[in-house]
Structures are given as structure tokens and as C-alpha cells.
Design a protein around this ligand. Structure first.
Ligand code: 5RP
Length: 224
């Protein structure tokens, strides 16, 4: 099954003092989705931002907001991120005692439900929730920080997820170290949604369009 390619710049790597302008610039540069990394200093060893920031950015456009919750527990915050304007809400398989219930709750809020797995978590961890998932996120770095190196060994897991998911209409997203150099490897293994932080926001604003186009081209080529 050939899923549509989408590039999702992560504003974690953007200028935090100018998030509206940075998000607007990414939209104008051709982003398909905006990736919002939510960190709690507990599930991951870093803090980022909360639903108020997501809500503040929402009026910038009707682009898909892809919210990645790196928080535990996650259930108490699902409604807030739904109300803030998230389109997809992704929770970690490792973050909650009741993953099935969390995904049900996201769907009940009228949002697309995503499930993420860390590099050390096997693909089989999501097997029994696929009927409740619209997106599976394979972390290609350990979550918590941008700017890390893509873990090449994750391509086998992406391929295993792809085989497990089969023809279900579920996005296969990769996050961490995605660039023009690595997007092709992930695409060849079956990924179709590419989160990119530092490889987009690491340059000046007039380079964002070229960076997004380059990642898209690399992903398309990786499928050949
Ligand atoms: O989820 C994340 C970190 O936990 C970030 O989205 C991810 O690391 C993207 O940043 P970069 O592209 O710079 O690796």
C-alpha cells in the first residue's frame, strides 16, 4: 500500500521566541503538517510547551496539527490538547497503563489517534491496538531532544510495522534525525510521514522551503 508522503516540521527546533512566525514560515514553505512535541520532564528528560501554545498557533491556518505527547500520565491531558486544536494526538505505548483506553478516548474526542514507540520497544507492542490507531510513530531517536542522530537500526522495525499494518489506512511516521540524508532510508522501509526539526528550522527562514522539498524528494526517491 502506497501511503501519501507528508512532511511535518517539528517546532521544537524553531525559534521559541517567535513561534507564530516560525510556524507560519513552515506552512508557507510547504509543510503538510505541523508537529508539536509535548514534553513533561518526567516521561522524557526535557520540558517543552502545553496546550495554550497549541491553541495560540491554531489560528495560523487549517494545516494538520500533529501533536506528540511525551507525557505520563497522558489521559488527563487528552481533552485539553483536543480543544487546543490538535488533529492527531499521539500517545506513547510506554507512557500509560491502558493504551487501548487512551486511544479510545482520543477517538471519542473526534481526533485521529496515534501510538508512538521508543527505539527499545518492539513493533509488536502496537499489534493489539491497530484497530484503534490512525498513525503509528516509530521513534528513530530516544525522545526528549531534537538534533540527535537517526538510529539506522530502526529501519527493520519500520518494515516490521509496515508488514503488520498491511492495508489498514494507518500512517507510519518517523521522528528523530530525519533529513535529506535519512528520509530515503525510512521511506524505503515503509514510512510515509516524516517529522523534521533541526533539518528544517536549523537554517535561516529562506531555507525552509528547500529543506522541506529536499526531504520530500529523498522520501520519494527512497520508494523507487
Ligand atoms: O520528538 C522529538 C524529540 O523527542 C523531535 O520531534 C525530534 O527529535 C525531531 O527533531 P530532529 O529532527 O531535530 O531530530
Amino acid at each position: 500500500m502506497l501511503r501519501p508522503i507528508a512532511i511535518a516540521p517539528s517546532i521544537l527546533a524553531a525559534d521559541g521566541g517567535d513561534l507564530s512566525a516560525e510556524t507560519q514560515a513552515a506552512i508557507e514553505a510547504g509543510a503538510d503538517r505541523i508537529h508539536l512535541d509535548i514534553m513533561d520532564g518526567h516521561f522524557v528528560p526535557n520540558l517543552s510547551f502545553g496546550p495554550a501554545v497549541v491553541a495560540a498557533l491554531r489560528p495560523l491556518g487549517d494545516i494538520h496539527f500533529d501533536t506528540h505527547l511525551m507525557i505520563a500520565p497522558c489521559d488527563p491531558f487528552l481533552e485539553a490538547f483536543a480543544e487546543a486544536g490538535s488533529d492527531t494526538i499521539t500517545v506513547h505505548a510506554e507512557a500509560g497503563a491502558h493504551l487501548h483506553r487512551s486511544l479510545q478516548a482520543i477517538r471519542a474526542l473526534g481526533k485521529r489517534a496515534g501510538v508512538a514507540i521508543n527505539p527499545a520497544t518492539p513493533a509488536v507492542a502496537v499489534e493489539h491496538v491497530l484497530d484503534l490507531a490512525d498513525l503509528v510513530l516509530c521513534m528513530t531517536v530516544n525522545p526528549g531532544f531534537g538534533g540527535q542522530r537517526f538510529i539506522a537500526g530502526m529501519t527493520d522495525k519500520i518494515a516490521a510495522l509496515c508488514a503488520m499494518i498491511g492495508d489498514r489506512p494507518i500512517d507510519i511516521e518517523v521522528d528523530g534525525g530525519i533529513s535529506q540524508e535519512t528520509a530515503g532510508l525510512a521511506a524505503a522501509a515503509g514510512a510515509n510521514v516524516f517529522v523534521a526539526g533541526s533539518s528544517v528550522f536549523g537554517g535561516a527562514r529562506d531555507t525552509y522551503a528547500g529543506a522541506i522539498a529536499g526531504i520530500r524528494q529523498a522520501a520519494e526517491k527512497g520508494r523507487d
